[in-house]
Structures are given as C-alpha cells and as structure tokens.
Write a protein that binds this ligand. Sequence first.
Ligand SMILES: *Cc1c(COP(=O)(O)O)cnc(C)c1O
Length: 271
Amino acid sequence: MSSVTTNELAARSAEILESLTEIRSRVASSSATSNAATLVAVSKLKPASDVQACFSHGQLDFGENYVQELEDKAKVLPAEIRWHFIGTLQSNKAKTLAAIPNLYSIQTITSTKAATALNRSLPPDRPNPLNILIQINTSGEESKSGLAPLNASSAEVAQAEAMKLARHIITECPRLRFQGLMTIGALERSLSVGGENDENADFECLKGTRDVLAKALAAEFGVDKWGDEGTGRLLLSMGMSSDFEAALKAGSDIVRVGTGIFGARAKKVAR
Ligand SMILES: *Cc1c(COP(=O)(O)O)cnc(C)c1O
C-alpha cells in the first residue's frame, strides 16, 4: 500500500510545477509565431498523483501509452482532462479506449482495422468526434511503427497507405475525425540537431507528408470533412523532451513531453 505522506506529495507537486513551468516557457518561446502549440504532458508509468499535481497547475492535455494504465487513471482523475493515447494500439483494445469519455485523441493509428473498431465502439451520443492522427514512420526504422511517408515526387499518392487510411476514416468512420500526423523519429537525429540552421530530417519528412496528403484530400473531399475541427488543416505531432524546441521551430503543433516534466521513468514492468 502507498505510504506517501502529505509532505512528500507537496514536495513532489512543487517539483513538478517547477519543471512544468520551465517546459511551458520553452514551448512558448519556440512556437512558430501564429499558432499556439499544444503541450501534451506524457505521464506514462507515473502515478495519478503526478497527473493531479500538473492538472492543478492548469495542465489539461496528458499522453498515455498503455490502455490499462490510461483506463485506471481516467477513472480517478478529473473529467476535464484531455487524454491523448500515444502507445501501440491493438484493435482488440479499441473498445476499452472508446469507453473513456474524455479520451481526446489517438495519435498512433496505422490500420483501417483499428479505425473501424474504434468507430464501432464509440458511443453514438459522444458530443465530439474522436481526433485521430495517423502515425508515420519517418525514420524508416524497423523498431518504429507507422505508415510510409509521402513526398512531392511520390507516384500514385491516391494508392499510398496513408492516403487510403485517411480516406477510410473520412468516408467510413463518422465518429472519428482525421486530425493530423504523428511521428517519433530517430533518436540520433533528435540529438544531433542543435545549431541554428540544423534541420531534423524526420520533422521535414512529416511536414512533406502532411503537404502531399492535404493537397490530395482537398482535391478529393474539399476541406470541411477533415483536419483540426474540420478545417482542412492537418496538425503535426512531433517533438519529445530531447527535441521539442527544434520540432516547434520546424512547425510542430503538438509536442509530447514526458521526462522533461516528470523526470526519468522506471522501466515498464510486464503485467
Ligand atoms: C514516452 C513517449 C513520449 C515522451 O518521451 P520523453 O522523452 O519522456 O519526453 C513521447 N511520445 C511517445 C510516442 C512516447 O511513447
């Protein structure tokens, strides 16, 4: 059982406020001028009390990687929280996720099967569609999941996996909204970017994919059936603790920061 004292909780809350404040100001100063980026606090493997501490300092967006952990936390934490699922999604877990009323987005969709399962499981009276980002494997690493990126010279964009999945979400999944693209990217690239003019190939790749996809979708569907709030604007979710400033300078809309806010994580224990 927990033996955490009130004093320990207060100290932890102060520690979290300090790092959250620092990350927020770095996000604000790196954001590309016009649009305010969303900071998703990645709370995987951290206790609900850490999330509560962040929430009490005004943080609303949180990211989780494991379905069971998210379900457990969502039950005990405030309903105002916007949960972003950023872990590997198996179609058989779609039902559990879909039952979380304040689930705000799923950033890791890579298959029509998962999209269909989610759409089918979401309650018909859900006030807003569930935001969906398609994960793109910009670094091409076998260890990373995601669909192949696209670029201006890609032949047969209409038949590309990412385009087929976007089309499926738009035409077959009324309870989902195709909101944007997400990438993790290669660690070496995030660590090697430091100088003023350095470009991270993963970020450029995700932007290029977004541009090609947005153009093809606009030609096929117009601009009011997809994108953030149905505006035809696809959001980019890229940037983590080690590289979120570079990602924001490259035009990221959503950064996912865990370690920078909550400190290092223990290794995931198999359950
Ligand atoms: C864990 C995780 C993060 C946060 O990583 P940090 O390096 O701790 O900021 C971001 N995105 C995804 C997909 C993750 O799994």
